[in-house]
Design a protein around this ligand. Structure first.
Ligand code: AMP
Length: 206
């Protein structure tokens, strides 16, 4: 199955992608994780996107599209994948249509107050890319998956979050209509617990 996960920053795309990737045995392709890995390793790409990501803006389409195109051409993506954080603009969606046919775009619909609460308590593991909420952690500093040291993502700072939400509304939101017109949009209520939302996604995909 070839899936796209859509939703505002903090809607739970990453968390749901992590669960779906294990259940469906297909890779999670997170452009945010790819960029963060490059940042951490200080590659030329990482240095190029550092200030863009810190501001909450989008990395230019030509860079992002090329990365995704190459990644989806790899062997492990041939039977399916979950795109988490891509596409994020109509230009990216059109480019994707040019090289891949996805089955569904799942939109996680979450109330604004819920998003703010989730992002303000979010912790990230730079070693395994795990994302957690402090309410579910016995120790806020240790990754329960790999034991790595958890951090607060630089782009979860209040100003950056506001900018990411603005960019989402102006640039990413039009994708809902785009995929609806293609008959591929599945909108799922993204409020509630991880298990509740996950069950709704599985029900929508059946
Ligand atoms: P995310 O982890 O998906 O919230 O992404 C974190 C940051 O990476 C975003 O705020 C952007 O700066 C950048 N990014 C991730 N995915 C994309 C994309 N599809 N297009 C452009 N920039 C992206």
């Amino acid at each position: 199955m070839k899936l796209i996960l859509l939703g505002a920053p903090g809607s739970g795309k990453g968390t749901m992608a992590q669960k779906l990737t294990a259940a469906l045995d297909i890779p999670q392709i997170s452009t945010g994780d790819i960029f963060r890995k490059n940042l951490k390793e200080e590659t030329p790409l990482g240095l190029q996107v550092k200030s863009i990501m810190a501001s909450g803006a989008l990395v230019p389409d030509e860079i992002t599209i090329e990365i995704v195109k190459n990644r989806l051409a790899e062997d492990d993506c041939q039977k399916g994948y979950i795109l988490d954080g891509f596409p994020r603009s109509i230009a990216q969606a059109k480019a994707l249509d040019g090289f891949q046919q996805v089955d569904y775009a799942v939109n996680l619909d979450v109330d604004k107050e819920v998003v703010v609460k989730r992002l303000s308590g979010r912790r990230f593991c730079p070693d395994c890319s795990g994302t957690y909420h402090v309410s579910a952690l016995s120790d806020e500093t240790v990754c329960p998956h790999c034991g790595g040291k958890l951090i607060i993502r630089a782009d979860d700072a209040e100003e950056t979050v506001r900018e990411r939400q603005r960019v989402y509304e102006s640039t990413t939101l039009p994708l809902l209509e785009y995929y609806d017109k293609q008959g591929k949009l599945l909108t799922v209520d993204g409020n509630g617990t991880v298990e509740e939302v996950y069950d709704r996604i599985l029900a929508a995909l059946k």
